[in-house]
Design a protein around this ligand. Structure first.
Ligand code: NZQ
Ligand code: ZN
Length: 386
């Protein structure tokens, strides 16, 4: 196992009817900006629960943060923060609203002229404006980590940011919120969380048995609850397992002491930036090709995953590794998620070259756990995913 340090300061408040606990988490003298998305919270009762809990606090609202949080919209919110003297942010939404809030937390204290530089210059925010979250969609893990991904339509870019000062102070996770989530977003959430685990697990053996088993147990739990959550999102028991699995998949714990890959996400982000494909679906497009292309480097972990998660007992290491990739792709397809780029767009020719060009321009010469996934390899993987 590699050496590591671990600190996750986010307080999790988990369970039924916990949104009312907002009242005791936000300082009573705070000037709060309540941030939300396209309005789902106004239809499913979450907005009422939040505003009731905040009735004694000075609250300004900012709605309309779109899926794949858009820089131009966030810049409008930043103006509101400045104009109203806001000193506390509250995200009520999924990964997009929470990520947008993290960007604002960083941008509110950033002293450069152009907040986009936070993303392009890899600024690590040490202390942002404090914020909390009420999670409405299990998927990204953003509610308990310090990363964010921001989109800029103008330049068709989607870039990651973060820093130790961007953990939420608290996150409220009430699994009852799942009942109003459309199936498309439920299966996206399952696929995203599943791939988060794979990104931190599907590398090479490092002797971290506990992390491996944490990771495998999250994958097994997601496989087990997926059909139940889809069948009946009002069923509390699988909803609770689903929600906590998504958080545990990306709160830093399973990444400790082990190598990480994350190349599937880096390639996937480009497909969202270029074609607007849902984040999770881009991962299902890239992952099978990525694992096939990198079979030599990853086969031991692929085979271990095949044995322990999919009960593949027959054949050589190579056989088990390939069978594990097939099982993974079939799992995504079973959720109703297409796994080829051509399923999403007819305009895919040239995509691999464009992504490879972008990575070269950004100096991303070697992605993945071995830092050897060069832009020419990225080009081949994306082509395999057509
Ligand atoms: O906008 P509203 O009206 O809220 O509707 C949303 C949105 O249309 C809807 N929704 C959310 N909760 C709901 C609900 N509808 C009904 N009932 C509810 N309870 O779902 C739609 C999608 O929401 P969004 O927040 O975009 O989804 P998700 O949580 O999957 O977030 C995706 C974003 O997170 C980034 C992705 O790149 C993408 O931009 N990621 C963030 C990560 C992180 N910070 O750690 C890691 C991930 O890998 C990912 O990159
Ligand atoms: Zn993701």
């Amino acid at each position: 196992m590699n050496n590591f340090e671990f600190k996750n300061p986010t307080k999790i408040i988990f369970g039924k009817d916990t949104i009312e606990k907002l009242e005791s988490e936000i300082p009573s003298d705070a000037k709060v900006l309540l941030l939300y998305g396209g309005g789902s919270i106004k239809k499913n009762g979450i907005y009422e629960q939040v505003t009731k809990a905040l009735s004694k606090v000075d609250v300004t609202e900012f709605g309309g943060i779109p899926a794949n949080p858009e820089y131009a919209v966030l810049m409008e919110a930043l103006q509101v923060i400045k104009d109203k003297g806001i000193n506390y942010l509250l995200a009520v939404g999924g990964g997009s609203v929470i990520d947008g809030t993290k960007f604002l937390s960083a941008a509110a204290v950033y002293d450069g002229d152009t907040p986009w530089d936070i993303l392009t210059k890899n600024v690590k925010t040490q202390k942002g404006m404090p914020f909390g979250t009420v999670l409405t969609l299990p998927a990204t893990g953003s509610e308990m980590n310090s990363g964010a991904v921001i989109t800029r339509a103008e330049t068709k870019e989607k870039l990651a940011m973060g820093g130790p000062g961007l953990f939420p102070e608290f996150s409220i996770l009430d699994p009852q919120v799942i009942s109003s989530i459309p199936e498309r977003q439920l299966v996206n959430g399952i696929t995203d969380a599943f791939t988060h685990v794979l990104e931190q697990y599907m590398t090479y053996p490092i002797g971290a048995s506990l992390q491996d088993r944490f990771a495998e147990s999250i994958l097994q739990t997601l496989i087990e609850v997926a059909p139940k959550v889809i069948k009946d999102p009002t069923d509390y028991k699988p909803a609770a397992d689903f929600m906590w699995s998504c958080t545990m998949a990306l709160n830093g714990l399973i990444q400790k002491g082990v190598p990480g890959d994350w190349a599937v996400h880096m390639m996937g982000h480009e497909l969202t930036a270029l074609f607007g494909i849902d984040h999770a679906r881009t991962l299902a497009v890239i992952a099978p090709s990525h694992y096939k292309y990198n079979i030599e480097a990853k086969k031991e972990k692929l085979a271990q995953y095949g044995e322990r998660v999919w009960n593949i007992t027959e054949g050589s290491i190579d056989d088990k590794a390939y069978a594990a990739i097939e099982k993974t792709e079939a799992f995504f397809q079973g959720l109703g998620i297409d796994t080829k780029l051509s399923d999403y767009t007819e305009d895919y020719e040239g995509t691999a070259e464009e992504i490879s060009k972008r990575f070269t321009a950004r100096g991303w010469k070697g992605l993945g756990e071995n830092q050897d996934l060069s832009p020419d390899k990225v080009e081949k993987i994306v082509k395999m995913a057509y």
